[in-house]
Design a protein around this ligand. Structure first.
Ligand code: SAM
Length: 290
């Protein structure tokens, strides 16, 4: 297309060339609208000097938009047919960007400091991705946990998932993913995306979520992974029985004295607690750290 990005005709031609008929199982809905790509890239605030991780580059719609800013892009694609074709696509549409691009064939959930030392060593990473919808939340939380240099993200996810990730305490959509994400930093909704910009069109609406990591800065450098594990297990227990009081949902997990020590009413429900309150509760448990 004139924009230098992929349009609907390019997408269909590239899919045929890669012998890919998009599968639901892998959440393969490809963006065919350069305007949407530019919007995502603008919201992501990346540019020359940024190191971007793109999970699920697919046929390269967003990849080309990211490369256009001068950013360096490391793509992670589970489907080998798509991963194999990507360098050729960049070679034909944006050859000058090839040396700022790499792709690995891998399930993003298996990325770690060991399997991706180059990513672990980068001073700062930004995740920018049109995520596979069925595994979006686990991918986000796993990457935040394993890569402390991941300082922020801009992702497109199913609208309902975006609502959960950005929900505030007391709202219906507030759940374990909302609190866990709040542990790491601040998420905010960054706009909705209609179904018509995809091929094939998904059965759900989409939305953008933007996130800035503040973990450590707010909690101090002593903030430790095992503290996070304790807090997250309380969060999981509280939301596994979200209609129950904390006293009931956390019985056997938290010493009853911890509520008083943390200044948290045990008759409250987990769905009303801020992440800092979960953290206080975990810290006030006399069994903590044993
Ligand atoms: N970025 C492309 C776009 O915007 O047109 C494609 C986005 S599509 C919603 C999701 C992509 O993620 C697909 O290319 C799919 O093959 C890939 N994918 C699915 N599960 C994955 C996983 N666990 N790890 C890495 N990539 C995955």
């Amino acid at each position: 297309t004139e924009s230098g990005l992929l349009g609907a005709a390019d997408i269909r031609r590239l899919a045929a060339a890669a012998d890919v008929s998009p599968t639901k199982k892998l959440g393969q809905n490809f963006v065919t609208d350069p305007g949407t790509v530019r919007r995502i890239v603008r919201e992501a605030r990346v540019g020359a000097g940024s190191r971007v991780v793109e999970v699920g580059p697919g046929l390269g719609s967003l990849t080309l938009g990211l490369l256009e800013t001068g950013a360096r892009v490391s793509a992670v694609e589970i489907d080998p047919r798509l991963a194999t074709q990507l360098p050729n696509t960049i070679q034909s549409y944006m050859p000058q960007a090839l040396d700022r691009f790499d792709v690995r064939t891998r399930d993003a959930l298996t990325l770690s400091r060991e399997t991706a030392p180059d990513l672990a060593q980068a001073p700062e990473l930004t995740l920018v991705s049109n995520l596979p919808y069925n595994v979006a939340t686990p991918i986000i939380l796993t990457l935040l946990e394993r890569f402390d240099n991941l300082t922020g993200f801009l992702v497109m996810v199913q609208k309902e998932v975006a609502d959960r990730l950005t929900a505030q305490p007391g709202s219906k959509t507030y759940g374990a993913p909302s609190v866990k994400l709040a542990w790491y930093g601040q998420a905010r909704p960054a706009g909705r995306i209609g179904r018509a910009v995809f091929w094939p069109a998904p059965n759900v609406d989409s939305a953008l979520v933007s996130f800035n990591r503040t973990e450590g800065r707010e909690r101090g450098p002593e903030h430790a992974p095992d503290e996070r594990a304790r807090v997250f297990s309380l969060i999981d227990a509280a939301f596994a029985q979200r209609r129950k009081t904390l006293r009931a949902a956390l019985s056997g997990r938290v010493d009853p004295s911890a509520f008083n020590a943390a200044g948290i009413d045990p008759k409250r429900r987990g769905e009303t607690l801020l992440v800092d309150e979960f953290a206080r509760l975990a810290a006030a448990d006399p069994r903590d750290g044993e």
